[in-house]
Design a protein around this ligand. Sequence first.
Ligand code: GLC
Length: 763
Amino acid sequence: MKKFGKLTKYSVNGNRIDLSFENGTGRIEILTDRIINVFSPFVSEEHRSKAIEGNKAKKPPFTCSKEGAPLVVKTDYLTVKVFTDFKVDIYRYDGKTLCRDYRGKMSAVPRFSPTHPMYDKNARPEWDKTVNVYKALSKGECLMGLGDRAGFIDKKGYEYRMWNRDTTDVHDEQMPELYKSIPFMMSKKPGGTVYGIFFDNTYRSTFNMGKDDPSYMWYGADDGNLDYYFIGGDTLPDIVKGYCYLTGTAPLPQRWTLGYQQSRWGYMDDADIRYVAENMRKCGIPCDAIHCDIEYMEYYKDFTWDKNRFPDPKKTPSDIKKMGFKTVTIIDPAIKLEKNYPVYEEGLARGCFAKDANGLPYVNACWPGDALFPDFGHPETQKWWGENIERHLSVGVDAIWNDMNEPASFKGELPGNVVFHDGRRETNHAEIHNVYGHFMDKATYNAIKKATGKRPFVITRACYAGTQKYATAWTGDNRSVWTHLRTAIPQLCTLGMCGMTFVGTDIGGFIQDTTPELLTRWVEAACFSPLFRNHCDKWGRRQEPWMFGEETTAIYRKFVKLRYAFIPYIYDLFFEGEKTGLGVMRPLALHYENDPKALRCNTEFLAGENLLVAPVVEPGVVERLVYLPKGDWYDVNTGKKIRGGKSIIASAPLDVLPMYAKAGSIFPNYEEMNYVGEKKLDKLILKVYRGDGEYIHYEDNGEDFAYRQGEYNKYRFTVSEDGTFKGKIVHDGYSKKYKTFIIEFEGKTYKVKAAKEFEIKLK
Ligand code: GLC
């Protein structure tokens, strides 16, 4: 633990306060009135952030004074007090404590008694890392975030590590590491204040969320700078927005990417892909994309097609395109070491691979056997990768699925000293590991954007903070077990609160054999997960929706259709999300943070702010407890009005997904379709629930970046308790407009010819 000693000197330089301590230096940087950076140059004077792009300093007014101890820095919102040993306490404008450094005794969860032979009294305690921060916690404080964790919304009492890991074990709340590392956490004190902290350090690190002692939490990293952002705000959504202000938001995706996608590791050839495409249409389950897993390649070599299985690689995507399907192909980072394989030869010649300590290309292994790892942080590698992606897309591929990018390595973890770049300088695997996938996604995103001009669809397994700008993610290799279904809800909601809003799980489970009941409940639970894909491995039983008989197929069809109906709603959430950072799947905690019960709801979620979804996540269950926060709700399945602020028992036979709409809700829906783009989108259905409410809806071409130049329409719809419904275009920038609005209200349907402004009385 670094001892900074007394603060001896300080100076204000622009938005920075430079601090000299007896034993080291530090600084406080004011970015906005609510966001400050706490920094000490353990290894470099500059930040070296991989997550934050561009200058985020807004230069708000602030004061800095020191009369005796401590040093006091004040913005309009925050008061930051800096003490001896670089202890930092932060208060809100009204004097309320937001977060104080912990100064008490540290203890560790006991493992061995002092008489045990393995007890080592000289061992360096876990919490004493090279970089470390200890924050005091209050009783009942709820700790959220940390990205891809298979734990609960409230992570207090657990310890998680940041080190991207390829793992096929059951992902549960005790799993310390998963595929993604997002070192961002949020706190909510019972009935009180909120804050967020983003520890921007990519080295192996640990978050102990009050596990050792509920009165403090600690964060520690093996290397790098002491570099964290403190984010203040009045509410949890403010904190999420603050974090996304720093690290970016998920851009609006192409509309078709919100459709259903069918995948399996084990679509072996052209015939298999056609079989799936034809059956999807035959069984009348809407579907927009088919995924080609590694079997399409020749010996798992990136950017190749196995000519025996795909005699004419262009024909498969082109033929299924005529049926309305997009083709998504997997790409792994590891490049087969094979003489005369052009991708390998060219990458080698251009110096695009990571090197060992002797300057030779570093060799490990993945699916193709011995393989090299592209150094994605090197500008030449980004270029070379982009050219390969561009060539690969020209076959007719629509999107890229980046897998194994932790990076997974079959001959043991890459040594820490393998040489990589970070976009600016040479560094090593210890620093790059957690951003390896991030750099691969960035290279892929930029290449697709350049080649197509469309909004790139890149799916990734590994992430770091900020990856939301470049990729959609799935939660990796889950299993066909109920635990994984239950876990999916807090996991996806947490990812969403950490900026990664475009996420999903493998529906049905990836490893092991799913069951008809599990698959059914999974598709119900996944209906509002932005990435909506069924995927499984090649050793498990096939789990396409028609594999389990008519009852399962029928229920599956019902929910995929429900999803397609709600695509405009989900799309609107993305349109807004690009500005705010808020996601589609949200924990109740996000909008009801002062309700202690809502704060700890792990098996229900909000889709947007107004739709509460409570899937069944246990076998054999046909009714479940649903907590409805304060307010009036409507049971979407029955139309019945229910007063919230209590738990109810929802009836949920196998074909029912309990859903509740907030009074005054308006949800835009599409008519039935087999895939996005099949029909002209000239009709919009508006599902309206009595109450006072407003809804903003967006309409655009769903494909490219023209919306950023104003080519979109924005509608404002309102409903009031007495049934008055109004619609108005408030931004008119896209010429292909809806012709008709169909309003559904209390069992009746009202047809309205679209006009710039209209009003109708719903009775
Ligand atoms: C990894 C991926 C999985 C994929 C498989 C084969 O396990 O997580 O989704 O199917 O590799 O490519």
